[in-house]
Design a protein around this ligand. Structure first.
Ligand SMILES: Cc1ncc(COP(=O)(O)O)c(C=O)c1O
Length: 471
């Protein structure tokens, strides 16, 4: 059985009796000698051993729990490359079916048997594809009108996810950002419209803003754009970044109009690996109709056994996620998605209420649009506290929870908040344990006689800005 021990090693030695377990793990060069598979496995496995338990990671939006059948299907497909359509034609068919289902979930008006969309490795790729399509449509229109097309811009709020900064930087699109403020915690529509001009490729509202969990008002934006486009003769459309909200709204708030029911929504992207409930990485982007997907974005290759057209930034990609998504659609149905997300929402509301009741905290928003929320220290409490939310993050990590503390985007960057993302895999019992751990951590932090280093640096920064401390 054990045929790969180094020369001279005892084949019978136990894994933890082996020489490798006494040596540092390889980190610079590929080792010259072989290592027995079970020993190598143990070394690699143990690298991940002290990490947080994925389901206690309340920082991530990404799926950390799938049932046994979904997990089995994905594991069984681990060697399948999605791009080899001639070899695995049924994967391509399943992908097309998923695109159809996502498009119909968002009320596409497209009539054909196959709706227009693409799979991505996550929302980032899906957002990029939506953005590139908007840029190419704008460029083609400008070319046709004989107008310059060298200064494209895109408008969204400062609460954008980093992918949009990447997109604008990589494609050299000017990023025009509307500040989110305490008065306008989501996209300020008037201000967004004011920032548009003939070079605006699209406005990007977000459903499930990464920083706050809130939704931008797409219906209001659509109305404002209707008036703006009519007045100016421009054709500024909407791409919705629905990374999280895309799989929440259709099940929990089906009556809310935010998707292709609105005229100016030309494309929508989401993460299948967030509330689509599939392990990473999977994203979807759907266009309103094939005429909104520029032909320049399809590339054909003929060296895989047939001529294959694809839309995507990547070439090879795992197929397992597509099987996982298709399995979830069949197994859960809309009823199952609704039940799971209703539970996540209820548990998020339960935590929101419990945290809002604590003497030291206040929630950022009164209600929840998605199963996640942020909160901060009450200003009068913070003023006298010897600790910050960064200290609370560290304390909670000691009990295994990952609850991130961070500063808000530009204009309200002085505000430190904490966020909880509730997903499938978080039960009410776990929420009770978390709330108890937060109470315990706060009680310990309140015993501190002197400010923590994080509090000291916060006070220093505030003094530099002119704040006077009276105690
Ligand atoms: C609003 C938003 N857009 C895009 C992304 C990027 O998603 P992904 O990690 O699936 O690439 C995220 C990730 O959290 C997000 O919240």
């Amino acid at each position: 059985m054990n045929t790969r021990r180094k020369t001279g090693e005892d084949d019978m030695s136990e894994i933890f009796g082996s020489k490798e377990m006494r040596e540092p793990a390889p980190s610079e060069f590929i080792p010259k000698h072989r290592t027995a598979a079970e020993t190598a496995y143990q070394i690699v496995k143990d690298e991940t051993f002290p990490q947080t338990q994925p389901r206690l990671n309340l920082a991530t939006f990404v799926t950390t729990y799938m049932d046994d059948y979904g997990t089995r299907l994905m594991n069984e497909a681990v060697g399948v490359n999605f791009i080899d359509e001639t070899e695995y034609p049924r994967v391509a068919v399943m992908c097309g079916r998923c695109i159809n289902m996502v498009a119909n979930m968002w009320n596409t008006p497209e009539k054909g048997a196959w709706k227009t969309g693409a799979v991505g490795i996550g929302s980032s790729e899906a957002c990029m594809l939506g953005g590139v399509a908007a840029w190419l449509r704008w460029r083609d229109r400008r070319k046709a009108e004989g107008k310059p097309y060298d200064k494209p811009n895109l408008v969204m709020s400062t609460a954008y996810q980093v992918v949009w900064e990447k997109f604008c930087q990589l494609w050299q699109i000017e990023m025009r950002t509307v500040p989110i403020t305490l008065e306008h915690p989501t996209l300020d529509i008037e201000e967004a419209i004011r920032m548009c001009d003939e070079n605006t490729i699209c406005i990007v509202p977000i459903m499930g803003v990464t920083w706050t969990g809130m939704n931008d008002d797409v219906e209001g934006l659509n109305e404002a754009l209707e008036a703006y486009n009519a007045r100016t003769g421009y054709d500024v459309p909407i791409h919705i970044d629905a990374a999280s909200g895309g799989f929440i709204l259709p099940f929990l708030f089906p009556e809310k109009k935010w998707d292709f029911r609105l005229k100016w929504v030309y494309s929508i992207s989401t993460s299948g690996h967030k509330y689509g409930l599939v392990y990473p990485g999977l994203g979807w982007v759907i266009w309103r109709d094939k005429k909104y997907l520029p032909a320049d974005m399809s590339f054909s290759v003929n060296y895989l056994g047939a001529s294959i057209s694809q839309v995507g930034l990547n070439f090879s990609r795992p197929a397992a996620q597509i099987l996982g998504q298709y399995y979830n659609f069949i197994h859960l149905g809309t009823e199952g998605y609704k039940e799971i997300h209703t539970n996540s929402m209820d548990i998020a509301r339960y935590c929101h209420k419990a945290i809002g009741k604590m003497h030291c905290f206040e929630n950022y928003s009164e209600t929840l649009d998605n199963p996640l929320f942020i909160w901060k220290l009450k200003p009068e409490y913070e003023e006298k506290a010897n600790w910050t939310l960064f200290d609370l993050q560290d304390k909670l990590m000691q009990s295994g929870w990952m609850v991130p503390a961070y500063t808000m985007p530009k204009n309200i960057e002085d505000m430190v908040v904490m966020r909880i993302v509730v997903r499938q895999g978080m039960s009410r019992d776990m929420a009770d344990m978390l709330i108890q751990d937060i109470h315990n951590a706060v009680a310990e932090l309140e015993k501190l006689k002197y400010p923590t280093p994080s509090r000291q640096s916060h006070i220093k920064q505030e003094k530099q800005k002119g704040k006077v401390y009276t105690h």
